[in-house]
Unconditional design. Structure first.
Length: 488
């Protein structure tokens, strides 16, 4: 999709404008000939500006606009920071359905919502809604119409459009990798993606199996040793801040396929375990976007990537392994593998980069889905200031998160009789928090926030339908953390 900006509407196949609920006007629509104006007014009565309702009508007169689309945005007081993202996504999909080459959207006036904000939402919603994962289909949907945005031009607006395009493309990149099947995406594949997006933009280092073992990455080595697809630790460096500025470290769990290992998962829905790499894919998408945005900060992306398979060399329940930070972990369940590889990566990030903050992303626990459902991510942190900033960004991007507590009682729940800790808590109690407690043991004093995205990383049965999140991976966290990083 190519995006243009115009101050006023010009010739277009589809002119799109918004209408508030029970309003007798379409926002920003130019003067029309009498016949078209009559049809528009009648159509407006039909949809009543109800949220999400679309009406496409033919234009008469000089045919400057072949069709006009009216989109309801509901009551003014109910408009959220997601409204125009949702509706513009539906508009873009309607334009594709009509097999159009291009369409135009009139940005509503500031009295409805601040125009830069609504413009950003329109760009993100339209671009992401047109994404489809069709890599393995013989017949592909090739039509992605271009979009013209009708809004008073200013440097601020033009910059917001460019930024929104890069952010949306970062989320799409994350989705496109996360949707790949396990036979097409191994740890080595992810490493190659990292090299590609880092080329001439960022430093990229890949640590492979022999070096992982030699340097004491006991968690990554243990989880990955049952698969013929060897584990990788991916490290990307975006260094555009001052030399003395401490970086932000982003860590993402990337289990390219998770069978559960010796503690084998049930067969039902195991195909969805291709999405166990979503945390790592999120980090890749963020790093791609910040390099293209040329953010003047230092950010390190670390992705521990493994395939968790049963086999003759698999790690076992009862094993005791030594993690990168020197602590030992008793293995009670090989399906609690994500915390093991994350613990290594977190400890490495803290030791080698002395960061001012660490944020990790992981499809870590089914317990998070039980607690918060499939539309809200769990957050656990050791630093109130950091968690508040991330929470504020989540409100801006409407990627919902909810903070869970982490006190000494939860830390005690993962103490082991035979090692420093165990990789499971006590029964099914507080599964999301005890997993975070394991991660907390990998970090000393650095401000840290953990996001459990198990429920939100891909569309599931109870996932709220959003036009810009077609079936499959959602790219959750990319827009959220890019908002946080841009504010730095």
């Amino acid at each position: 999709m190519k995006i243009k900006v115009q101050n006023t509407p010009k010739k277009t196949q589809l002119l799109c404008a918004f209408a508030l609920e029970k309003s007798d006007k379409v926002l920003g629509l130019p003067k029309l000939d009498a016949k078209t104006s009559f049809v528009v007014n009648q159509s407006l009565k039909d949809i009543e500006g109800k949220l999400g309702k679309l009406m496409v009508i033919p234009s008469t007169g000089k045919k400057q606009f072949q069709r006009i689309l009216i989109a309801g945005i509901g009551k003014k007081e109910d408009i959220t920071k997601d409204t125009f993202r949702q509706i513009s996504g539906k508009i873009a999909q309607k334009a594709r359905e009509l097999k159009l080459k291009e369409f135009s959207i009139i940005i509503p006036p500031t009295f409805v919502i601040e125009q830069v904000s609504s413009t950003t939402q329109v760009v993100e919603g339209a671009k992401m809604a047109l994404y489809k994962f069709e890599k393995f289909k013989a017949e592909k949907e090739e039509n992605s119409p271009d979009m013209t945005i009708i809004v008073p031009k200013s440097n601020k607006v033009l910059k917001s459009i460019k930024t929104a395009e890069i952010v949306a493309e970062g989320a799409i990149f994350t989705k496109s990798i996360a949707n790949l099947p396990p036979n097409e995406c191994t740890p080595s594949t992810l490493a190659n993606f990292a090299k590609t997006i880092s080329k001439n933009k960022m430093k990229c280092k890949i640590i492979s199996k022999p070096e992982l073992k030699k340097k004491g990455f006991g968690g990554i080595t243990a989880v990955g040793q049952g698969s013929k697809n060897e584990p990788k630790l991916i490290i990307m460096e975006h260094n555009r801040g001052s030399r003395n500025e401490k970086p932000i470290v982003l860590v993402g769990k990337a289990v390219t396929f998770d069978t559960g290992g010796i503690s084998l998962k049930p067969g039902a829905n195991m195909d969805e375990m291709k999405f166990d790499k979503c945390g790592g894919c999120t980090v890749l998408g963020i790093m791609k976007a910040i390099s293209e945005l040329k953010l003047p900060i230092n950010v390190i992306g670390i992705v521990p990537s493994v395939e968790n398979m049963p086999g003759g060399e698999s790690y076992r329940p009862g094993d005791i392994i030594k993690l990168y930070n020197g602590k030992t972990a008793e293995i009670l369940n090989t399906d609690a593998e994500g915390r093991l590889i994350l613990a290594d990566a977190l400890a490495y990030g803290e030791k080698h980069y002395a960061p001012k903050a660490i944020i990790d992303f992981a499809t870590l626990t089914g317990a998070c889905i039980i607690a918060l459902g499939t539309n809200v991510a769990g957050m656990v942190s050791n630093n109130e200031k950091l968690s508040k900033k991330i929470f504020e960004s989540s409100k801006n991007t409407t990627e919902q998160i909810w903070e869970l507590p982490l006190n000494q009682e939860f830390m005690d729940m993962i103490k082991s009789d035979v090692a420093d800790m165990k990789n499971m808590g006590i029964g099914r109690a507080a599964g999301t928090i005890t997993a975070a407690a394991f991660l907390r043991n990998a970090i000393e004093d650095t401000p840290w926030t953990h996001l459990d995205i198990a429920g939100v990383a891909w569309t599931q049965t109870a996932t709220k339908e959003k036009s810009y999140n077609p079936k499959g991976a959602t790219g959750f966290g990319v827009r959220l953390i890019l908002d946080y990083l841009q504010k730095l």
